[in-house]
Structure formats: C-alpha cells, structure tokens
Design a protein around this ligand. Structure first.
Ligand SMILES: Nc1ncnc2c1ncn2[C@@H]1O[C@H](COP(=O)(O)OP(=O)(O)OP(=O)(O)O)[C@@H](O)[C@H]1O
Length: 284
C-alpha cells in the first residue's frame, strides 16, 4: 500500500496580540492510498489548521514545526515554487465548508474549472471543455452544459459543493482533504454529497481526509479516525474500535453525546466530561 501523507509531531503556533497561541500541538498521522481518515473534534480543536499547514495555506503569523511532513515520501516543507504548484492543488486538493465562498463570484463556474485544468494539465482548449463537461456529469450536476455557464450565485449550495468537488478532482488528486464539506448544507443534501465523495474515492483509489465535528459522518465514511481536542491528538483508531472501545475520555464524551447513546432524560454534552480530558486520559 503506497503511503500518501506522513505527518509526525506537527505543531502550529500563531503569533497573536496576546502572545503565541499553539493551535496544533504534536499531531501525528499517516494516510495510505485508498484510506479514508476522519479527523474529528469540536470547533477550535485545530483540525483545519493542521491541514492548512500541510497545504501551505496558513498566514505568515503561523510557525509550523514538525519532525516530518511527507507526501509520497517527499518532504513538502521546502519545495521549489514549481514543485509546490505541481503537488498542491493537483496531487493534493482540498474542499471547504462554504462552497459559495470558495468560488469566485465574478466568473462562471465553467471558466473556473477551465482555469484549474489550464494551470495543472496539458489539455488544450477543446479537451478542457470536454473534461469540464465530463466532471460535471461525474459529480451529478443536472444540465451540465447549461450549468457550466452559470455564476456561483445562480447555483444552490449543494450544486456549488458539487462544482468544488469537480474542481478538486479535476486533476486526479492522490489525496483529497474535505474540510467539513457538508456542514453548510441541508441534511438531505449532506447525505448526497457524502455518498458522492465516497463514490469518487472508491472509483479513483485516492486517499481521503475528512475533517468533521460530526461522529455520524465519521461512522458513515471513515476507515480510521484521529480525535483532536484543543490542538492535541487524543486518540487514533480504526473506526470500529473507536466506536466499540474508545480509549480516551474525550472520545468517550464525544460518543456519549450522540443522541442514540443517550441514557436517561438528558443528553450529556462534551463539557460534562471536560475535567477528565488529557492525553494521559487514554487509559480512562
Ligand atoms: N490565523 C489565525 N490566527 C490565530 N489563531 C488562529 C488562526 N487560525 C485559526 N486560529 C485558531 O486556531 C484554533 C484552531 O482552529 P481550527 O480552525 O483548526 O479549528 P477546527 O478544529 O478546524 O474548528 P472549526 O470546525 O470551527 O473550523 C482556533 O482556536 C482558532 O481560533
């Protein structure tokens, strides 16, 4: 199995007006081809920041340290601009929570996908047009010819997320990072988008990292799970082991807060368990 991403001891510290703030503190994980890894944790636990660090998308107030950040065995921290362009956005691509905000409102979605293909492939204009149409069909956009000529505001949230997915997979990435890809969408559309991502992952063998705060999404999608709390990695486990036999107090709290696991009249919240969270809590 080919290793795609290997991160060891990743730390991200922001320079802020109140002094240094450690948003990610010693996170480790590996992702292989075909893997689906979920990174789960509540808002502010450093899930997005750790992936933005990998993508090189953090502002220069961020200091990133790590023992290793490797893509396919290659250190990606000190790439030349040319190599960086080749890997980031092509071999590793990312989709975000707010699809409408990720698209440029001034250009049609068809133009934006053409530009992506122009930047990262050798396809000529005619081939790009054919590929754009093929991608829109693949991600299930109705009337793809017509929709390619639409501006983002003319599409629904679900359709915009499908466009973002089409753009993200346009260059056959080896790793797709999906940062809360369904959070901003209606519940019925959420399921369709998750199914679409899983379908594409199965067809392409790419590795998929799913960032989420939703244990339901973890259960439906992931093979393996990393649990983060306040920038620290609490636990990493196979998805079945995590649900059946969580080792860390924070993971147990996240699972106890699931409606189907409620006991008694009140649904516990994660903060009910807050005193017992720590890395050392792994044996609790
Ligand atoms: N540019 C920045 N400067 C200072 N602090 C930041 C910056 N970006 C993020 N942070 C802080 O880093 C912490 C981790 O943020 P991050 O976005 O990774 O959380 P998250 O787990 O992805 O949560 P969410 O689901 O809300 O995005 C938060 O406390 C956030 O406020």
């Amino acid at each position: 199995m080919t290793n795609v991403l290997d991160i060891e001891n990743l730390t991200v510290t922001f320079d802020t007006a109140d002094g240094p703030f450690k948003a990610v503190d010693g996170v480790n994980f590996k992702v292989d081809q075909n893997d689906i890894l979920a990174i789960v944790g509540e808002s502010g636990s450093g899930k997005s920041v750790s992936m933005l660090a990998v993508m090189g998308l953090l502002p220069n107030t961020a200091t990133i340290t790590a023992d290793k950040i490797e893509f396919e065995g290659r250190d990606i921290r000190n790439l030349s601009d040319r190599d960086r362009r080749h890997i980031i956005g092509k071999d590793i691509s990312m989709i975000f929570q707010e699809p409408i905000a990720s698209l440029n409102p001034c250009f049609t979605v068809g133009f934006q996908i053409h530009e992506m293909l122009r930047a990262h492939t050798k396809l000529n204009k005619k081939e790009r047009a054919a590929r754009a149409l093929e991608l829109f069909e693949l991600v299930g956009i109705p009337e793809p010819h017509k929709k390619l000529k639409s501006f983002p505001h003319q599409l629904s949230g679900g359709q915009c997320q499908r466009v973002m997915i089409a753009m993200a997979i346009s260059c056959n990435p080896k790793l797709l990072i999906a940062d809360e890809p369904t959070t901003a969408l209606d519940v019925t559309i959420q399921k369709q988008i998750l199914d679409l991502l899983l379908d594409i992952q199965a067809k392409t063998n790419m590795a998929l990292i799913m960032i989420t705060h939703d244990m339901g999404v973890v259960a439906e999608t992931a093979h393996r799970v990393v649990v983060q709390y306040k920038g620290q990695q609490m636990e990493e486990a196979n998805v079945l082991d995590l649900f059946e036999n969580p080792q860390n107090a924070y993971t147990k709290a996240l699972l106890s807060a699931l409606p189907e696991r409620a006991v008694g009249d009140r649904l516990p919240t994660v903060s009910d368990f807050a005193d017992s969270f720590s890395k050392e809590g792994a044996s609790q």
